[in-house]
Design a protein around this ligand. Sequence first.
Ligand SMILES: [Fe+2]
Length: 198
Amino acid sequence: MSSANTPDQEKAYPSLITALYARDAYTKCHCDRVCKLAQEMGQAANLSATSLEALRIASQLHDVGKIGVRDDVLLKPGRLTSDEWEEMKSHSVIGERIIKDTFLSNGVEVASIVRHHHESFDGSGYPDGLVGAQIPQNCRILLIIDTYDAMTTGRPYHKAISHHETMSILKQEAGTKLDPEMFSLFSRVIERTSTRTS
Ligand SMILES: [Fe+2]
């Protein structure tokens, strides 16, 4: 069976994007930027058309599970307590469940990317503590872009950091939190994209 989505299946997920925007406008805008960069990275990494398509949808919806996180945790301006942090972390598994209930023909692959988008290269991530190549390549790409965008964008609990400062912090995380090979590729892609911040 082809994994390309029919026009009807394509209609399944914009409503989720709208729902996410209604819940938290920042997260929706963040997902739009992450999606654009993820497409550029996916092409630079020579992903197959099938994989690129799954990455396109997953990058747009990676945080859709935040719909299921309470407001006082999702929108809290200060540091989260450990219980609140556990609830925040549940967004990856909630997101996986939401995607599985869509009619996307590549829903299984998209749901898997959403579940694992916070796995760290060294196994310290969540929800499953996967290590290195156990983590789908799409997720290793997505984590770099997700982290870059979160750091270069201001939030109530942290101010935006410049592109150069962000890149030097991420460079230190290559090999621990981040896949070093994918980070090296990202370093080249980000220099030529219009999505780059100053
Ligand atoms: Fe996330």
